[in-house]
Design a binder for this molecule. Structure first.
Ligand code: UTP
Length: 476
């Protein structure tokens, strides 16, 4: 097909799908820009675009299941609840440790998000968060992986998902920091895909005259990205069987937890989750429910009030398990999903999307003006043959940095990091000065090399100096 013919054909197709505005600035583009734009338009599956517009952009999203079908999910507790469970936990910890030391477990963080709420310039993983040394999130995770590697004498590869929007920057950050002391060959950075952005009328937005506005396809995009990027093949080559999965914004996450890994493996699960007990009926976390006997996450906005408020005879919430995006995923499950070309459902997110208007002027909206589409990793849970949930104590493992101020803000995360460190020291008999309101009257930072969890502290008791009010204590 000649260029002229191809342009005519593309114009005709775009018109049929109500997207002809994508070529509005064609006469103003130079030859290179024209090629770029044509390439992007060719990649659009216009039939799919129509379907997304009809089903998601212009309508209220459908619920995955009828609401009456929700049942509360059940979970393992942070501590065993019976002698039989005590034996099982012990067996699970032994198995988990064995799997880690045999190199069967890898780390995987999703770090492809845009972090718009935090408003930090650059990949969120490069945000400095630790209370004294100002270590970045990436550094904290890397030091944890290094400490696990040393403890178990095993190689623990790390898979880091980025997006085209932050990949080059993330690679540069890892290189500049010399991979934080990890062996570069054991760190695999791979990119997720993107999806076009829409205005409320279903028109694909233009970022500039020659570029379609796109955004990362959600953390669920990791399933496809793992297969496409060669990361899955790399895992198979290394005989990795389990992924310890987490989100880049949670510095308290416990990676490579032998109990969690062991319970997942003992129960023959394909994808498992950690949960917190919700603070309130409508806390803004996903709800673990059972739907047709399968563990499913239902977003807080989709759980009907009467179910959210429902209580057991002891007063606890019937739907008490909140999702915190920490999982163990078997690599064979990732392979199964990718081989079967299974695609996770898309969700609609109404956002502020920078774009150009029909006159070509750049618009930086102050109010949400369009729709992004994303898939969520937890939508893979009902596909798993078996799935388990393990509750955690929130203050031990969950402090996401989402916002610059207020809820889930930097300030809250910092406070939680200090309080967890203080609690660990107190559990080993260290006296921690406290304010009248009970908060620690000092700043403490514990490096992963010093302790990976509370149980590691007593053995190092003699290395902890007395702490005075207002002290800053860094333990490494
Ligand atoms: P969030 O839902 O908090 O989104 O992502 P975000 O993009 O980081 O931040 P906002 O909403 O723009 O403020 C939760 C986790 O999932 C990852 C993020 O990097 C974070 O670790 N994520 C999210 C991806 O890896 N890809 C995506 O497309 C979306």
């Amino acid at each position: 097909m000649t260029h002229g013919n191809e342009l005519e054909e593309i114009t005709r197709q775009l018109r049929n799908h109500h997207q002809e505005h994508l070529l509005a600035f064609w006469p103003q583009l130079d030859p290179r820009q024209r090629q770029e734009l044509l390439g992007q338009i060719r990649e659009l599956d216009l039939a799919k675009v129509d379907e997304w517009v009809e089903r998601l952009v212009q309508s209220a999203p459908e619920l995955p299941v009828a609401r009456r079908d929700f049942e509360p999910a059940t979970s393992y507790g942070p501590e065993p609840r019976s002698p039989a469970e005590r034996r099982k936990y012990k067996e699970a910890i032994d198995l988990g440790e064995k799997l880690i030391s045999r190199g069967k477990v890898a780390a995987m963080v999703v770090a492809g998000g845009q972090g718009t709420r935090l408003g930090f310039d650059g990949p969120k993983g490069n945000f400095p968060i630790s209370p004294i040394k100002q270590k970045t999130l990436f550094r904290i995770f890397a030091e944890t992986i290094q400490a696990v590697t040393q403890r178990y004498g095993a190689t623990c590869p790390w898979y880091v998902m980025t997006s085209p929007m932050n990949h080059a920057q993330t690679v540069a950050i890892f290189k500049d920091n010399n991979y934080y002391g990890l062996d570069a060959k054991d760190v695999f950075l791979f990119q997720q895909g993107t999806l076009p952005n829409f205005d409320f009328d279903g028109r694909v937005l233009l970022e500039d005259k020659a570029r379609i506005a796109r955004s990362p396809d959600g953390h669920g995009g990791c399933i496809r990205a793992l297969a496409r990027s060669g990361a899955l093949a790399d895992m198979k080559r290394r005989a990795v069987e389990y992924l310890s999965y987490w989100q880049v914004d949670n510095p308290l996450v416990r990676l490579f937890d032998p109990l969690f890994i062991g319970l997942h493996a003992l129960d023959g699960a394909e994808m498992s989750s950690r949960a917190v007990i919700k603070n309130s009926p409508k806390e803004k976390v996903g709800n673990f429910c059972l739907v047709d006997g399968k563990i499913t996450v239902i977003e807080y906005s989709d759980l009907p009030d009467e179910l959210a408020e429902k209580r057991r005879p002891d007063g606890s919430l019937a739907f008490e398990l909140g999702s915190i995006a920490i999982h163990i995923i078997s690599t064979c499950f990732v392979e199964k999903l990718s081989v079967e070309a299974y695609s996770l459902p898309l969700h609609k997110a109404v956002k502020k999307i920078p774009h150009i208007d029909p006159q070509g002027h750049r618009i930086e909206p102050k109010q949400p003006n369009g729709v992004k589409l994303e898939s969520f990793i937890f939508d893979a849970l009902p596909m798993a043959r078996k799935s388990i949930i393990l509750d955690i104590v929130r203050s031990e493992q969950f402090a996401p940095v989402k916002n610059a101020t207020g809820e889930d803000s930097v300030e809250v995360t910092l406070r939680m990091m200090v309080e967890r460190a203080a609690a660990w020291l107190e559990s080993a008999g260290v006296k921690v000065p406290r304010n009248p309101d009970g908060s620690a009257d000092c700043t403490i930072e514990i490096a992963p090399s010093f302790a990976l969890d509370q149980a590691d502290v007593p053995a190092k008791r003699d290395r902890i100096p007395p702490i005075q009010p207002g002290d800053k204590l860094y333990l490494a």
